[in-house]
Design a protein around this ligand. Structure first.
Ligand code: NAP
Length: 458
């Protein structure tokens, strides 16, 4: 894929970039090693100060940065601004908490015949981050903030369609005061990831993206015996039981399915509704999805902007067409509008069965299959039918039902009467083929640390 900014609102190529040569990549890895030495000589207070500065810089530049993000991947300006502010919050969160998260962890010295026994956390060195376009700032910040605070340095291989956002991130940490090379952007194609990851000076990798990309990076990391964190796809269930507050459930279902123009890993992607409230839910859901304003993402009135790319729209259409060909019914949407840009309308389908790809595959756009279920057990079985296990959403006022869902759904998160969202304060990670390891909160910062066990005798 060419490294370029292509505006999804118009389909026009705005700016192209020349990929780094092998020699330039080599120089950047050397710079990263030097930066690691410099960063190791700093303490938490120093790094925290730079992190706070980075947060302030982001907030001061929210309009400019939002315009870049919207032009590169099509999310609404409102959504871009919200993402920038969330990134500033995460930078401050790690600025304030990293030292406590990485404090020495004492163990029972007496039990092992020692005077003192504890674990101390050390950074690993240069970490390669392979990141996706859908939350082009947030996905990177949730690696960069804990990573830099722990004392690691970052090498970012961002998605090829968000090069300006990628370069902005490199500048951000430099402007904030971090030593040169602490966070570098490598404008390289995906095929060059392997040689960077196999370089012995690169100590670990984190990837957020699709399953094939995750498989590739994890197998190289496995071959090199390097730690890897994977945040991959999802097809999260949204379960509505009879006791739910239906209006809130519908409003949240619409928001979850259409946020980021339907391209969020933790967006609700399958709607499992109890037969007692099925008809009422479907009526309200279809009306609300059909009422959303689809259009120019820079217009404040727009709810849903374009999909990221022509290919992204083709992939989504292929899922809907396959379902319709095999008997599913489209209740609203389902037709691409006749206009430039890669738009696709909010779409609701019923009658989706296990013969259709939509039953198990991830729909990365505003497409919502609704299923009728008649019990908790049936809901759990259908929730677990996919090989993903990222998030899940459950709407019920019944305590026993909640407990059954929390225990029964195979996912990295269960959200009760709300919408699955990532927070700096909570760990985030998937199970099954949605990923390995965790980001955010205390767990996220320890993923790329050597937890060194120390035993001190009398
Ligand atoms: P993608 O095609 O896998 O791309 C993600 C990143 O991986 C890009 O930087 C891409 O580079 C690179 N890449 C692609 N193939 C690679 C390979 N074989 N080896 C090394 N690097 C490779 O994914 P996407 O389409 O951009 O993102 C959508 C997917 O990400 C969805 O499945 C979504 O659910 C998932 N996602 C998950 C989370 C989470 O936290 N779990 C968050 C957001 C998104 P190029 O751009 O140069 O190809």
């Amino acid at each position: 894929m060419a490294i370029a900014t292509t505006d999804p609102n118009t389909g026009e190529v705005v700016r192209t970039f020349t990929p780094l040569t092998d020699q330039e990549v080599e120089e950047r890895i050397s710079t990263a090693v030097e930066a690691f030495t410099a960063l190791k000589g700093t303490d938490f207070a120093q790094r925290s100060g730079w992190m706070q500065t980075a947060a302030g810089l982001l907030e001061a530049d929210v309009d400019n940065l939002s315009a870049i993000m919207t032009q590169e991947m099509g999310k609404t300006l409102t959504a871009s601004a919200a993402e920038v502010r969330k990134c500033a919050t995460a930078l401050r969160y790690y600025a304030e908490h990293a030292e406590a998260f990485l404090a020495d962890k004492p163990y029972n010295a007496e039990a092992v015949g020692a005077r003192r026994a504890f674990v101390r956390y050390f950074p690993l060195g240069p970490v390669l981050a392979v990141m996706p376009w859908n939350f082009p700032m947030w996905q990177v910040i949730r690696f960069a903030a804990p990573g830099l605070m722990a004392g690691n340095v970052g090498l970012l291989k961002h998605a090829s369609n968000v090069p300006q956002t990628a370069l902005y991130l490199e500048e951000l940490f430099l402007r904030a005061g971090f030593p040169r090379g602490s966070f570098q952007t490598l404008l390289i194609p995906a095929r060059q990831v392997e040689s960077v990851l196999r370089d012995p000076r690169v100590k670990a990798a984190t990837l957020t993206g699709s399953e094939p990309a995750g498989q590739s990076v994890a197998s190289i990391a496995g071959d090199e015996i390097k730690p890897v964190v994977l945040e991959l796809g999802g097809s999260d269930p949204f379960i509505v039981m009879p006791s739910a507050d239906l209006d809130r459930a519908v409003e949240t279902a619409v928001r979850s399915r259409t946020q980021n123009n339907g391209q969020s890993c933790i967006g609700a992607k399958r709607f499992l509704v109890h037969e007692q409230v099925y008809d009422a839910f479907v009526d309200k859901f279809v009306a609300a999805m059909g009422a959303l304003v689809v259009g120019d993402p820079t217009d404040p009135k727009t709810d849903v902007g374009p999909l990221v790319s022509e290919q992204g729209r083709k992939d989504l259409e292929a899922l809907v067409d396959d379902a319709v060909d095999k008997g599913a019914k489209v209740l609203v949407g389902g037709e691409r509008p006749d206009r430039p840009g890669w738009f696709y309308p909010p779409t609701v389908l019923t009658g989706v069965t296990d013969r259709m790809r939509l039953y198990t595959e991830e729909a990365f756009g505003p497409v919502a299959p609704v299923y009728r279920i008649s019990s908790v057990d049936e809901a759990i079985a259908l929730a677990n039918v996919v090989h993903f296990g990222l998030g899940s959403n459950v709407w019920t006022e019944d305590e026993a039902e909640r407990e059954a869902f929390i225990a029964g759904i195979d996912a990295g998160a269960v959200t009760v009467n709300g919408m699955t969202t990532s927070y700096p304060e909570l760990p985030f990670g998937g199970t099954k083929r949605s990923g390995l390891g965790h980001e955010l909160a205390d767990e996220g910062i320890r993923e790329f640390c050597n937890a060194k066990t120390v035993w001190v005798g009398a």
